[in-house]
Structure formats: C-alpha cells, structure tokens
Design a protein around this ligand. Structure first.
Ligand code: V07
Length: 255
C-alpha cells in the first residue's frame, strides 16, 4: 500500500505533493549527518550557535516524520569526537542542546513511544548533559516504537580500536582463540551491538564524506546526499531520500 503523509504546512515548509512511498519498503535504520548549521547561520550574518539552535528544531520535525512512516531506528550524528576542537563557547552551547531539547520534547517522545539511546563515549560529557540524556533514556527504556539514537562524542575509529582491545584482551586471558574471531563477534563489541545495521545514510550540506561516522556499520547502506543545509532540511527532503531509496532498491534489489 502506498502511504501519504500530510505534514505540517507553514511559510517555511510549504506542502509538497506526496511522492507516494511504499509502506513495505521504508528503510529500517536511517543514519543522518546533520551538516551545514554553521554555514546556514553565517549566510544570514548570525553566530554559528544560531544555526545549531535552528538545527535542533529540525531534529524534532524529522523524529516525528520518521516515527510516522515507520522507520525503526534513527541515528543522528549530534557531536563527534573531533567537535571538541571548536571554540569553547560553541562546545558549551552544543552540550546544552540535549538539555534544551529534552526539556520541551521529552513528553512528546514518551507520547510517541520513542526510545532514546546514545552511542559514543558518554562518560566524558558534561554532568548536565549526561543527567538530561540519562533521564530521557530511563523514562523511555520500555518504549518499543522508534529508537532515537544520538551519536554523542562518537568517533568510528575510536569505537573500532576499543572493540579490538576488548577482543585482544579475551585472547590474552585465554578466554578466546584467534580462530574464533569473526565479523559478528567484532560487531558485538561496537556501540551499535543491539541495533540493526543502517540501510540509508543521509548527509546534508553538500559534503560527500563519512567523517568518521559508522564506518563498519554502513558497509551495505545506500548513501543519499543533498546540498540543503540541515536547518533548511524538512519532511519533503526526507521523503525524497526515502523515495530515492525505494527506487534504488527496485532497480538493484534483485528478486
Ligand atoms: C544538537 C542540533 C542538530 C544539528 C546538529 C548539531 C547541533 C539534538 C540533540 C540531542 C542530543 C541528545 C538527546 C536529545 C537531543 C543535540 C547536540 C547537538 C550535541 F538526548 N540536537 N542536538 N545534541 N544539534
């Protein structure tokens, strides 16, 4: 059955004709690199943090849409291990966004049966960030709708080196023989061990790189890029990404 989803219409987001997505071929796990927030702000003569704030509003819209169309997992690259190199005021602002986001949006996440999770090195985040995110994870842990997975202080190479060390230490302890190491064992040591692999990667803002995001997990994913800056991204762009995904699958999907 084709699905049509009316989405919120306003000045910035005029209603577009529904493309007619096929309900049975929605990607199960969509990963997004939400790029272009700083450039969006700069183009308007605004500070970079204004772009991040606007980008946070887009996250809310996209979460609603993803849960409406039946995506199972949505992984959002919110903060990379490289982002610590940014100016202190910007890092401080970014670390307050989860608090800000959840203070207004957690009730809707609960209402929508969304489960909040994170991947990345969580323990070194500021205490206020950890507290807000932990509360959201705790309050949504039994939800079985969309898994909203935030990559916070995430870096894929760090994640893989950590996995290698875990496995090597088991070998050293004599708990494991080298011949037993395989792909599935390696996957089990990654932050994403409990998740299905992403089948669609979206990156906004014209860059066509992975930037240390889910290098292992994206091995079989379709990649979809747009020139649109993240603060300008809306349901119609997401719908187009899903539509193109469905058409690629139709052409190359085999039987
Ligand atoms: C961040 C807004 C989106 C554009 C890209 C960078 C800036 C939502 C969160 C968030 C994270 C965890 C959580 C709830 C919300 C967030 C950061 C940056 C660091 F449990 N947006 N957003 N976190 N941006």
């Amino acid at each position: 059955m084709p699905i049509k989803f009316p989405f919120k219409k306003d000045k910035k987001h005029p209603r577009t004709e529904p493309l007619g997505l096929e309900e049975s071929h929605i990607p199960k796990h969509v990963a997004i690199i939400m790029d272009g927030n700083g450039r969006w702000a700069k183009n308007r003569g605004m500070p970079r943090i204004a772009g991040h704030k606007e980008g946070m509003g887009v996250v809310k819209r996209i979460v609603r849409y993803a849960s409406d169309v039946g995506v199972k997992v949505l992984t959002l690259y919110a903060f990379s291990t490289e982002n610590w190199k940014r100016p202190k005021n910007e890092v401080d602002f970014l670390m307050k966004l989860p608090v800000d986001f959840l203070s207004t949006y957690l009730p809707e996440l609960i209402e929508r049966n969304v489960q909040v999770r994170t991947i990345g090195d969580f323990d070194v985040l500021p205490a206020h960030t950890q507290k807000a995110v932990k509360e959201a994870m705790e309050k949504t842990k039994d939800n079985d709708g969309l898994i909203l997975n935030f990559a916070l202080n995430y870096g894929s190479r760090f994640e893989m080196v950590h996995a290698v060390k875990q496995i090597a230490s088991k070998v050293q302890q004599g708990e494991l023989d080298i011949s037993e190491i395989d792909e599935s064992m390696f996957s089990q040591e990654l932050y994403t061990s409990e998740l299905i692999e992403p089948d669609l990667l979206i990156r906004t803002s014209g860059e066509q790189r992975l930037s240390n995001f889910l290098l292992w997990q994206l091995a079989y994913a379709e990649f979809w890029f747009t020139e649109v800056y993240w603060p300008d991204f809306d349901e119609s762009h997401f719908e187009k990404a899903l539509y193109d995904f469905q058409n690629r699958k139709r052409r190359f999907g085999g039987v």
